[in-house]
Design a protein around this ligand. Structure first.
Ligand SMILES: C[S@@+](CC[C@H](N)C(=O)[O-])C[C@H]1O[C@@H](n2cnc3c(N)ncnc32)[C@H](O)[C@@H]1O
Length: 293
């Protein structure tokens, strides 16, 4: 049990395996299930429970994404951490799979949504909970070496911090209700979504350096991030994230591509005929690290 500095309020949450798997197994999967995960290009579908309304949250990942990572890198009963939990998708996946999970977000509205989503879910003998907290302060909440997996999608630097022009959409679809709106998470200067990529990378480095002691030895850390265009320049945000995590002591294990072509439909023509620009929305990165021995 750990205590929260200042309030002395403990987070009462389990972190140990409740399965009978042999100690050297990294997950509860059978060999047959394992083999389906070996392809390094992943594809996901949103389901009805997923939040797709950008007014509720502008950038959620599908439940299937954290679910796949949880299945691959943890055992039943273990503890998952999402430092940028948003609408609580990771908590929902953890609840489905019988894992404990704790999430943090700067914005209290998102934390409320996250907690409501898991309160209405199936109650088992695990717990999933979100707190309104800035990610640098997470180490105050958890004991060292209790977390088996960090799985998260941080803001992609300042990608959302501008008016949407919907350039990837076709014709009339471009001027939808989101056209020219700014859909940033918040204007809080501590929000990673307000930061230029260099400042962002420094903040990511500090946050994940603080989180690393909470991870078990060889505990996993999976980060979903995308590169993006900014004033006709490509920003390789995933490279900044890899470098920041390596400097914080993590070891990169796998670079996975999230193939999003099944989600993008009726894409607009982009750059033709003078400027070759690939649609950023067609894929994202899923970066897999671990906490080395
Ligand atoms: C890409 S969203 C995560 C969405 C989440 N995966 C979901 O499915 O709902 C990133 C989140 O990081 C939060 N955030 C930004 N800066 C933060 C910080 N410094 N500390 C904690 N949360 C932060 C934002 O409020 C936003 O909800």
């Amino acid at each position: 049990m750990s205590s929260v500095q200042g309030t002395k309020k403990p987070i009462d949450i389990g972190f140990e395996r409740t399965c009978d798997c042999p100690p050297n197994h990294i997950n509860c999967l059978t060999a047959r299930e394992w083999i389906q995960h070996q392809i390094a290009v992943w594809e996901f579908y949103y389901e009805k429970r997923d939040i797709r309304d950008k007014k509720v949250h502008p950038a959620v990942f599908p439940i299937a994404l954290p679910a796949k990572c949880i299945g691959l890198f943890t055992h039943r009963g273990e503890l998952i951490l999402d430092p940028f939990v948003g609408s609580g998708t990771t908590l929902v996946a953890a609840q489905d799979l019988g894992r404990n999970a704790v999430g943090f977000d700067l914005k209290s509205e998102y934390v409320d949504i996250a907690n409501k989503r898991v309160e209405s879910g199936e109650k088992g003998d695990t717990r999933q909970v979100a707190f309104c907290e800035e990610a640098h302060d997470i180490p105050k909440y958890l004991e060292e070496e209790t977390v088996s997996l960090v799985v998260t999608s941080p803001p992609y630097a300042n990608l959302l911090n501008r008016r949407r022009r919907n350039k990837s959409k076709r014709g009339n679809l471009r001027r939808d209700e989101h056209y020219l709106t700014v859909q940033q998470y918040s204007a809080n200067p501590r929000d990673l979504g307000t930061m230029d990529v260099q400042v962002y990378a420094e903040a990511i480095g500090r946050i994940f350096a603080g989180i690393r002691p909470l991870l078990k030895e060889r505990g996993h850390c999976v980060i979903n991030v995308s590169d993006y265009w900014w004033e006709n320049r490509r920003v390789p945000a995933h490279v900044y994230v890899i470098q920041a995590l390596q400097q914080a002591g993590y070891e990169l294990r796998n670079t996975i591509v999230w193939d999003r072509r099944n989600i993008v439909n009726r894409a607009g023509i982009f750059g033709w005929p003078s400027n070759y620009i690939t649609l950023t929305t067609t894929f994202e990165y899923i970066l897999h690290f671990w906490n080395p021995e």
